[in-house]
Design a protein around this ligand. Structure first.
Ligand SMILES: [Zn+2]
Length: 424
């Protein structure tokens, strides 16, 4: 299944979008569009089995252009040199591994300016190259991030350019969108977006250049959704300028956490479902979904008034260890939440657990935010001294709401990096 992400800028020119087709169909469309003064502004390639599927974004344009696809590096580089002599500049670069071989795909448009191409770099090397090129008034016009057996590799296409620019890689969707908003307010516009998988998680990279025009970002969505957004934005004089296609097993809307509710004694303050719904509101505002995969009643009277000791990270009592051994249905990265009558040092909840045994406890006198707070600890969040935040160390009964208790962007980042939040 494909997940589509697009970048729009102000525009009212003619345009065309053609997605997910074989090379022969793409080539005939490319020829037909050429005759109608349409030029590729972006192209995407992805694999379905071992066959390459093409997606193109065209806009009104005249003049020379060139398309060269599915080439080995040596043939691609030779073509790149030859076309440079003919006053054509690479504007789009894609890299795919097919049957263990790296293949290169490019689009060229007219130009007489300086140009640069750098492929197969690890991040440290690429960043150094980016800095070096920046100092030479070269700006990225396309960026590619692709997996290899030695980890992620980066490729960049540069052309002469001035003014501010920005490069941001390795971000989750929520942090990418928040960066996008910040930079838009500073007069920068996203020109390239690239998504890829890193350790099973979807990550985004972007390139920004100066701009004061209209802009839009719509991502992480299925084709039908994408096309209806495309139509809607066309009517608002916004034009797709960059498109990212990632083939994933299923299209995730958000990263998520999976809970298992284990009830020894149900809370007396709020029903469990109300606590779950409150947690969902806070987590959703931070970009996370909460999935309750199972609910079980446990008859364990000896553990219903649970000894929690100091309730500090990594320190558990024998009673906690015994309780947390009840893991029916609980997958490796799932979080069981045990609802008990009381804890022996009275608290509303406790998230101390042994390494590799994620779990937390909620007592029957819990507040409406206790569940969300304790799971926050399990996701590696620490206390803060701020009662507008979910992770206040002053007791969740002190949380000032409305509005919703806040998860900060650095907390969202920590949650993103927890193995217990998953995207695919
Ligand atoms: Zn706490």
């Amino acid at each position: 299944m494909n997940s589509y992400t697009g970048v729009w800028r102000s525009g009212s020119h003619r345009h065309y979008l053609w997605a997910n087709v074989s090379w022969s169909r793409f080539r005939s469309k490319w020829r037909e569009n050429s005759r109608h003064s349409l030029r590729l502004v972006d192209m995407n390639v992805h694999l379905v089995g071992n066959s390459v599927r093409y997606t193109g974004v065209w806009e009104h344009g005249t003049g020379a252009h060139y398309l060269w696809v599915n080439a080995s590096w040596s043939s691609f580089r030779a073509k790149w040199r030859e076309l440079a002599q003919r006053q054509l500049r690479l504007t789009v670069l894609k890299v795919l591994t097919i049957n263990g071989r790296r293949r290169y795909f490019g689009v060229w448009r007219p130009g007489r300016d300086a140009y640069y191409l750098w492929v197969g770099a690890d991040w440290a090397n690429f960043r150094a190259k980016w800095r070096e090129q920046s100092a030479r008034s070269m700006r990225l016009v396309d960026l590619e991030v692709y997996p290899t057996s030695r980890g992620l590799r980066y490729a960049g296409v540069w052309r002469r350019g001035m003014g501010s620019h920005y490069l941001w890689v390795g971000a989750s969707w929520s942090s990418f969108v928040s960066k996008w908003r910040d930079l838009a307010a500073r007069g920068l516009r996203l020109t390239v977006v690239k998504s890829y998988l890193r350790r099973g998680r979807r990550r985004y990279a972007g390139v920004w250049r100066p701009g004061r025009d209209g802009y839009y970002l719509w991502g992480n969505t299925r084709w039908q959704n994408f096309v209806s957004k495309w139509r809607e934005l066309n009517g608002k004089n916004l034009r797709l300028v960059h498109l990212d296609v990632l083939n994933v097993r299923r299209v995730p809307t958000s990263p998520w956490v999976r809970l298992h509710i284990k009830i020894l004694t149900a809370p007396t303050t709020f029903p469990v479902n109300t606590m779950v719904e409150s947690m969902r509101r806070v987590y959703r505002a931070a970009g996370f979904e909460v999935d309750v995969a199972s609910t079980e009643t446990l008859n364990l009277p000896a553990l219903d008034d649970l000894e929690i000791g100091t309730c500090t990270r990594g320190n558990t009592t024998a009673e906690q260890d015994t309780l947390f051994g009840n893991r029916n249905n609980v997958g490796a990265n799932d979080i069981p939440v045990y609802f008990v009558r009381t804890t022996d040092r009275p608290t509303n909840g406790c998230a101390a657990h042994a390494d590799g045994v994620p779990a937390c406890v909620v007592a029957s006198g819990a507040t409406i935010w206790t569940l969300a707070h304790e799971v926050g600890h399990v996701l590696d969040l620490n206390h803060v001294n701020d009662n507008t935040r979910l992770m206040t160390g002053n007791g969740t009964f002190n949380i000032i709401s409305p509005p919703l208790p806040v998860l900060s962007s650095s907390e969202i980042n920590t949650m993103d990096n927890s193995p217990l939040t998953r995207e695919l």
